[in-house]
Write a protein that binds this ligand. Structure first.
Ligand code: BV8
Length: 265
């Protein structure tokens, strides 16, 4: 039997009536803030400085613990460059709409959890609270020796890798507090995500290519538990065939519309 295609108006109604909402975001949500995605739309419509990162850089030599061990200077330079880009970026209407969505749900006594794969802290800047950072943060760095955390200022590091100042000899260098490929996600983030997804009745997957696990598994879990699932993305992803409603468009346009439909301006 053909699957029904619920309209965006139906999504607005679902949101208004939802008791427990989970939103999973990815790099696409920050694209309209000028931050490059990793995969996905690399199209001719984009300027060269907005090309997907993994089209230009090799994740194996930058985003793994092995890469940092082999060439800490190169990895530190690359992440410091991205860190400063994130610090300079401002939230866009997609981020703002998610903060408004949270207020709308919570004001009606519902629960709202924002799970993000983004490391840029733009959801915090837009006013979202309790954000679950599945892949850590690029704004925070930690000592590779003892794990002590630092929030460096906006200026570039003077040395790469930057010394942490801790007493660990060669290991007293800073690394970004992000989750690299092959590393486990932070335990508290996993616990918070598991609990929220388990009980949610509405799940949004927004601006993510839905290929990086375990984050991509949350949509499948929510669907299996009977939640109504919605995708917002500029293009098709592996999630498109799974969700109850797949909306093609940019998060900066679609999310404010959904929030407006659910809660008014
Ligand atoms: C782990 C670091 C275990 C930070 C990143 C199961 C099956 C297959 C593989 C695996 C599996 N389980 C685990 C794996 C391995 C691996 C994995 O998933 N590999 C995939 C790629 C095959 N996963 C891991 O290694 C994870 N760790 O499993 O550990 C373990 C357990 C115990 C003990 C030890 C180990 C760790 C994964 C974390 C990887 N970290 N980066 C950094 O440098 O920033 S990956 C990178 O991908 C980013 O962090 C990003 O957050 C993440 C996901 O990407 P997206 O956010 O989805 O972004 P993407 O560019 O892909 O897509 C953007 C989308 O937006 C596109 O669809 C585009 O169309 C859309 N878009 C664009 N503009 C807009 C838009 N949509 C709407 N509006 C717009 N305006």
């Amino acid at each position: 039997m053909a699957k029904l295609r619920p309209s965006i108006e139906h999504v607005g109604e679902r949101l208004r009536g939802a008791k427990s909402v989970v939103v999973l975001t990815g790099a696409g949500v920050s694209a309209e803030s000028g931050l490059r995605t990793f995969r996905g739309a690399t199209g001719a419509d984009l300027p060269p400085d907005m090309r997907a990162l993994w089209k230009e850089f090799d994740p194996q030599t930058l985003a793994t613990p092995e890469a940092f061990e082999a060439d800490p200077e190169k990895v530190s330079r690359w992440y410091d460059w991205r860190r400063r880009g994130c610090l300079a970026a401002e939230p866009n209407p997609g981020h703002t709409a998610l903060a408004a969505m949270q207020r709308g749900v919570e004001e009606r006594g519902g629960s709202f959890t924002l799970l993000t794969q983004n490391v840029d802290r733009l959801h915090h800047k837009a006013g979202s609270t309790g954000v679950v950072e599945l892949h850590g943060s690029i704004i925070v760095w930690r000592c590779a020796g003892c794990g002590r955390r630092f929030e460096p200022g906006a200026e570039p590091f003077e040395r790469h890798p930057a010394p942490s100042g801790c007493r660990h000899g060669a290991a007293a260098i800073l690394r970004p507090d992000v989750v690299w490929f092959g590393e486990a996600l932070p335990e508290p983030a996993i616990r918070a995500a598991d609990a929220a997804v388990e009980e949610c009745d509405l799940f949004f997957s927004v601006g993510t290519s839905a290929v990086v696990f375990p984050a991509a598994g949350y949509l499948l879990l929510a669907a299996r538990n009977g939640a109504f699932t919605v995708e917002v993305n500029r293009e098709d992803t592996p999630a498109s065939g799974v969700v109850d409603c797949s909306i093609r468009g940019s998060s900066g346009e679609v999310l404010p519309w959904i929030v407006e439909l659910a809660f008014g301006a």
